[in-house]
Write a protein that binds this ligand. Structure first.
Ligand code: ZN
Length: 492
């Protein structure tokens, strides 16, 4: 299969090679203290996909199937200029894809599996939490549990692919900035792969994550400042030394590695004859969100899914730049969740069919207005893993949410801590605060729906119906930050 990189902003293509991180053209417009311009995504050429799996298994030519799915969609007009898909949400159930074959993600990554690090990443359990189902009256509630990744964090998925790429290319060192989980994750995978890892970590990162980094044998540079300061310090180091950067969003393989969770969710649900209607995910930089979308985009393109789930981007109120940007753009009428997504979202006519080499996905021009991300506000939240002043993948995340009918939801620290306890005490799953934000977001949306005196007034929101299949993505173990968990126990 032929892999390449493509700018999510302008569509320009680049070879997949070490040292290529951002689009030359778009990154030249980068302003200080704003999300990254010119984010690149990994793309693959379609013909080999068809050849590899055969038309019958994938129900036809990639792309043509999606057009059929779009025509059958009953809940929205789709996107005239962008790839053919149908948006999720109420009324969009069209049976058909539950039992389709979902390919293993190992076959759909830009590094040959011979170079995969010898550490068991991915293939995490999908819980069926009976007490939480009763509590919420959502019988098809599931939890995707990435606390049981080798380092205890979802970040292992990105580290795994970056390390595989390094092994394939003979690269001996990787550097990165982190709030904690990416550092401990990359250190773990680096240890398994015999790759030197240097991490730039804020001093305030939870002690357990620092201990992990050191136990795994990585070089630790502590930063007297925020993650954003660490991010710049690590980039400076990579520029000076030529060492491969694993900085999230900046390295395109971080998004690509994280897409593996979508393949697993789709596959695990398909075995039960289901598919995801709603997914709640913690969001800081917006890269897990982008990874989820990328995985489902691939599955749409392969014809194994017919529509995108509604993805809820759960942010901490004290670090909610994406949610704030969303609100501002909504006030300006730029984002209209229940209307046709941006007509300008894609102008790449030849890339309209997902089976073509050229993807049509680019980020809507409107999200780059000064209003979307104004001067950063200092982040302050107990959910350290999603605490960022500047969401590096902010523009791209906004573009995806608006194109696919997703929605941000912000929760405060008290809601997060209460959610942490509720999740642990009703399921047996102990999640760190950032992951608990996903559970808190789900509870908040359910409550707001239940309390809405005038449902019509809130009809622009994607509605969760009782029979919908809802997945909560839990991305980190509570044991990584016991100080915060102690605060949760002190709440009455
Ligand atoms: Zn570009």
């Amino acid at each position: 299969m032929n892999w390449f990189l493509q700018c999510t902003e302008c569509g320009k293509q680049f070879p997949l090679e070490p040292g290529r991180y951002l689009c030359d053209v778009c990154s030249a417009q980068q302003k200080p203290d704003r999300p990254l311009r010119g984010i690149l995504e990994c793309r693959w050429e379609a013909p080999s996909a068809h050849e590899k799996f055969g038309g019958s298994e994938l129900n036809g030519e990639p792309g043509s199937k999606l057009e059929a799915g779009q025509r059958r969609s009953v809940d929205g007009p789709g996107t005239p200029d962008s790839p053919s898909y149908s948006r999720g949400g109420p009324g969009s159930h069209s049976c058909g894809d539950q039992h389709r074959h979902v390919p293993a993600w190992e076959q759909w990554l830009p590094v040959d599996s011979r170079f995969f690090p010898p550490i068991p990443v991915g293939h995490t359990p999908l819980w069926e939490p009976m007490r939480l189902r009763e509590l919420t009256d959502i019988p098809n509630l599931f939890i995707k549990d990435d606390t049981c990744e080798p380092s205890g964090s979802f970040k292992d998925r990105a580290s795994f692919l970056v390390a595989a790429f390094a092994l394939e290319r003979g690269i001996k060192e990787i550097a990165l900035a982190s709030t904690g989980n990416a550092a401990s994750s990359m250190a773990a995978v680096g240890a398994a792969s015999h790759i030197n890892i240097r991490v730039f970590l804020p001093k305030k990162a939870p002690i357990a994550k620092r201990i992990q980094v050191l136990q795994y044998g990585a070089a630790l540079t502590e930063i007297d400042g925020t993650y954003d300061v660490a991010f710049e310090a690590s980039l400076a180091y990579s520029r000076e030394t030529g060492v491969l950067s694993r900085n999230t969003a900046y390295n395109p393989l971080t998004i690509e590695g994280k897409k593996t969770v979508s393949f697993e969710i789709a596959s695990q649900l398909a075995e039960l004859g289901k598919r995801a209607d709603h997914i709640f995910v913690p969001v800081g930089d917006g890269v897990i969100l982008a990874g989820l979308y990328k995985g489902f985009e691939d599955l749409l393109r392969l014809g194994t899914l017919e529509r995108m789930p509604v993805i809820w981007a759960c942010q901490a109120e004290g670090s909610s730049a994406i949610a704030r940007a969303w609100s501002l753009l909504q006030e300006k009428g730029v984002i209209q969740p229940d209307s046709v997504p941006h007509a300008s979202y894609s102008k790449s006519g030849d890339g309209r069919h997902l089976g073509d080499k050229r993807y049509a996905y680019t980020t809507a021009r409107e999200v780059f207005t000064p209003e979307s991300f104004s001067s950063p506000q200092p982040s302050s939240t107990i959910a350290d893993s999603i605490s960022v002043d500047v969401p590096r993948n902010g523009y791209h995340a906004l573009g995806k949410l608006s194109a696919y009918g997703g929605m941000p939801v912000a929760v405060n620290d008290r809601e997060i801590l209460l959610a942490q306890r509720e999740l642990a005490s009703h399921s047996g799953l102990f999640a760190e605060p950032s992951s608990s934000a996903a559970w808190a977001g789900f509870r908040k949306v359910l409550n707001e729906q239940a309390e809405a005196s005038n449902p019509a007034a809130a009809s622009y929101l994607p509605r969760i119906r009782r029979d919908d299949t809802v997945v909560i993505l839990i991305t980190g173990s509570g044991l990584k930050d016991t100080a915060s968990a102690l605060k949760a126990l002190e709440l009455s």
